[in-house]
Ligand binder design. Sequence first.
Ligand SMILES: [Zn+2]
Length: 282
Amino acid sequence: MAKFRQLDSCLRETGLASDVQMHRPLPVPRRLLELVHDRDYHEAFARDRLDRQAQRRIGLPVTTPLVQRTFLAVGGSLLTARLALKHGLACHLAGGTHHAFPDYGSGFCIFNDLAICARTLLEQEGLTQIMVVDLDVHQGDATALIFQHEPRVFTFSAHAASNFPARKQSSDLDLPISDGVEDQEYLALIGNHLPDLLDRLNPQIVLYNAGVDPHRDDRLGRLALTDVGLLQRDHLVLDACLRRKIPVATVIGGGYDAMTPLVKRHALVFRAAADQARLHGL
Ligand SMILES: [Zn+2]
């Protein structure tokens, strides 16, 4: 997909990422995929045997490149989470597919990468407290449902209340936001909740969905953040984690606009990460 290639180019051209900082993921292994997703579902997707209704719900035509990209993107989120545990901070050029449920996909999401990461870290790395911070403008509904009975994974979603999905799930903390909210109000809301949550839970890693669709020009968002507001948001989240020595893995989440402004917007979290890494001596 052009967006991912262009984001890669943008990061290299602006000096935000160099060859030594770039890592190539492997496709997610089936065994880890099945920590979250039903075998019938992922096999039907990979073999292009989803029925028409299931495909319509996802909203993307199933093609061979899509299948390859989907397995690779989840592998990338896993790699990012492991790099974050090792180095303190790592950023993925894809990921954040939070509307993917165990047995079906929806809203352009096929596999729930952060849910697979969280389950893998619980199982393979022996972690006992993980936090998902989902600031994409849409509620992380599937992630909330997947972990509704899992106390070791805390789900936090701040989203436009009136936006997709119409039927919300219950995260451990939901912050529904009114249409049209601008930078200062939004930042105050996140700033009033996130630091206290981190102090209370002291998670061993934060998995951060830095969706850029709360932007005022986004076609599917209903909020009114500017580029500066999004950048400040990413600084706020990363600084709150890193000053508490909590590793953070970021994924890009959603964004819907013309390619050039969109790619620049997705690059904001990388800019915040580069600055925060320097500030915190990583
Ligand atoms: Zn979104």
